[in-house]
Design a binder for this molecule. Structure first.
Ligand code: NAD
Ligand code: WQD
Length: 331
């Protein structure tokens, strides 16, 4: 049985759907700090399959131990973590404690039960600001904020753990910018309050709930001066986890791999695509650069293709269409 921590969240719920579609048995552990139980119901509705759910904090050592005692967990897909960059700057201790502390607790319990396989949600944020895109997995890592450092540190912990135990199998998946939603419109991303990330913000503007999009910076050295990112459809991303798990079945040690499309779009290009998909005007207002942002981020996506046989299939139109479908149904 596969343990999915953070499986009620945005990327986790889409991955649970793909796992169930492939007939894997799963148990979700999520404390619902940034998700709702409704997404677990939606996972069941989409797949027509059942899955177990525990409302559990991965920092709760005894709770995790009880879960491992009740189920034969052979591998873990570890999504659970806090992910707001701005919040991490205000409350760094909360981020280190939840993300790094949670991973340490999880590893401890995995060791107790001889569970040796983990797929970990890392992030393109670990490329920091000193590398030139396209980002390749061998580049040095760093971060520009506490959230990013939690990812750098968690990667290091997992690498060291695998060095100490040659039987371990770890995949560090560096996601670029996940967007979109399941085509059913039943699961997607709906942050509480005013969104920080671009696509959820655009959704709210398209829905008429916010008047315009603030575009942070139009003087970058990019195609139109606005920031460029590698947006990846969350369903493609979810499928990458299935391929990473298959890879770990046959390979020990640490796999570090980018999950991106290899293509960058500017903020204005994305706004244009979203406007076409939704048929709504998205008014924009140019603002100063957002602190901590880099001009351009996109993946070298070759390693995932070579080692996992995985590449993103869905394009920006699909991302905008599915995001808009979800926004209209659920936001
Ligand atoms: P999300 O917030 O939707 O999902 C994370 C889930 O983890 C939530 O359901 C939350 O309730 C749960 N959680 C948080 N702390 C927990 C804890 N201590 N115990 C149990 N559950 C806990 O976020 P997401 O976008 O689905 O991200 C999933 C993972 O991918 C995170 O680790 C995130 O840092 C990473 N990631 C996300 C992005 C992105 O842009 N969405 C990019 C790169 C990496
Ligand atoms: C994208 C572009 C903004 C909002 C973040 C995290 C990263 C990763 C993914 C987890 C940038 C611009 C945004 C807005 C804007 N998460 N923008 N107006 O910053 O690339 O990545 O999410 O690991 O760690 O930092 O994503 O969606 O916030 O921004 O103009 O209201 O959109 O400046 O160029 P980012 P984003």
């Amino acid at each position: 049985m596969i343990l999915v921590t953070g499986g009620a969240g945005f990327i986790g719920s889409h991955t649970c759907v793909e796992l169930l579609n492939k007939d894997h048995e799963i148990v979700i552990a999520d404390n619902l700090v940034n998700s709702k139980i409704a997404s677990v119901e939606a996972i069941k509705q989409i797949t027509g399959k059942s899955c177990l759910f525990y409302e559990l904090d991965i920092n709760d050592e005894d709770g995790l131990r009880a879960l491992f005692r009740s189920h034969d967990i052979t591998s873990v897909i570890h999504f659970a973590g806090l992910k707001s960059v701005g919040e991490s700057c205000k409350f760094p201790h909360r981020y280190y404690s939840n993300n790094v502390g949670g991973t340490l607790t999880l590893l401890k319990i995995m060791r107790e039960f001889s569970c040796k396989s983990m797929v970990f949600s890392s992030s393109a944020t670990v490329y920091g600001r000193d590398n030139d895109p396209p980002f390749t997995e061998s580049m040095p890592t760093s971060a520009t904020n506490p959230y990013g450092w939690t990812k750098v540190i968690q990667e290091q912990i997992l690498v060291d753990q695998a060095k100490a135990d040659p039987e371990m199998r770890i995949a560090l998946l560096r996601y670029f910018n996940p967007v979109g939603a399941h085509p059913s419109g039943l699961i997607g991303e709906d942050p509480v309050g005013i969104p920080n990330n671009l696509v959820p913000y655009i959704c709210k503007v398209a829905l008429g709930r916010l008047p315009y999009l603030n575009v942070y910076g139009n003087d970058y050295d990019t195609v139109d001066g606005t920031g460029v990112r590698d947006y990846i459809h969350v369903v493609d991303l979810a499928k990458g986890h299935i391929e990473a798990m298959k890879y770990l079945d046959n390979n020990r040690g640490v796999l570090t791999v980018n999950l991106g499309t290899g293509i960058g779009y500017s903020v204005l290009e994305l706004v244009d695509a979203y406007s076409r998909a939704s048929g709504k005007e998205i008014p924009v207002r140019f603002m100063p650069r957002r602190s901590g942002d880099i001009a351009t981020s996109y993946a070298n996506a070759e390693k995932a293709c070579e080692l996992l046989g995985w590449k993103a299939e869905l394009g920006i139109e699909d991302m905008c269409r599915d995001s808009w479908n979800y926004a209209q149904k659920k936001m």
